[in-house]
Design a protein around this ligand. Structure first.
Ligand code: SAH
Length: 221
């Protein structure tokens, strides 16, 4: 067997994921059962480059190429909890990346629409979704997330996994009444995780935590 830190194989991934959930996620105050179960179920080790599989359950983001990262497990759990996904919800994700966050949203019962600006990552992740048998639940688009996906709006939730300087008004417009938008907002190195809820009265905004995401960039690559 290959050493887990270097090889393709991870020893006992199911129990390592459960351990990840206990030590990194429930211990930090995330108690939503469905979110914890989703993080324990989705095979995170399949979303990291083979050479990094041994680090798949580490308490941090990992590089996946093209200057892009797969987010830290805790942050994926936190954003999933804040988005309050119910089965059947139509959810827009900006920044498909590795596909891990999208797969967690699918596990929570969402119908996911995910936009990625880098063609190579879009192609690679599309193949992975096919291999994992979830391609039918994740509609993908190689496009610029600043435009959202108006043809499928309104969305019950919108999750940005790349950080803009300000929340694009176009995206808020694509949120259903009662819907939640969760996004890292701010500068290059540190951002605030912001939740916007669209209500009858307008938009309610709150800041939840400090986070570090890759920047949301305009145009295609
Ligand atoms: N959700 C991902 C996180 C990937 S990192 C995961 O779970 O792994 C953020 C991703 O956002 C990168 O792949 C980056 O290319 C993409 N991105 C940045 N700006 C974008 C934009 N304007 N539209 C769509 N995707 C964008």
């Amino acid at each position: 067997m290959t050493h887990p830190r270097y090889g393709e194989n991870v020893t006992d991934p199911d129990s390592r994921r459960r351990q990840m959930v206990e030590r990194q996620i429930s211990s930090r105050g995330i108690h939503n059962r469905r979110v914890l179960e989703a993080l324990a179920a989705v095979p995170r080790e399949r979303f990291v480059p083979p050479a990094l599989r041994g680090s798949a359950f580490d308490d941090r983001a990992l590089p996946i190429g093209h200057g892009v990262t797969i987010s830290q497990p805790y942050i994926v759990a936190l954003m999933s909890e804040l988005a309050q996904i119910e089965a059947g919800d139509r959810v827009l994700e900006i920044g498909t990346g590795s596909g891990y966050q999208a797969a967690v949203l699918v596990e929570l019962g969402a119908e996911v629409y995910s936009v990625e600006r880098i063609a190579a990552i879009y192609e690679q992740t599309r193949r992975l979704f096919e291999e994992l048998g979830i391609a039918e639940r994740v509609h993908m688009r190689h496009g610029d997330g600043f435009e959202g996906w108006p043809e499928h709006a309104p969305f019950a939730a919108i999750v940005l996994t790349a950080a803009p300087d300000e929340i694009p008004p176009t995206l808020v417009e694509q949120l259903a009444l009662g819907g939640r938008l969760v996004a890292p907002v701010g500068g290059r190195w540190v951002q605030s995780l912001v939740v916007i809820e669209r209500t009858e009265a307008g938009e309610e905004r709150r800041e939840v935590a400090d986070v570090a995401f890759v920047p949301m960039l305009s145009g295609l690559a």
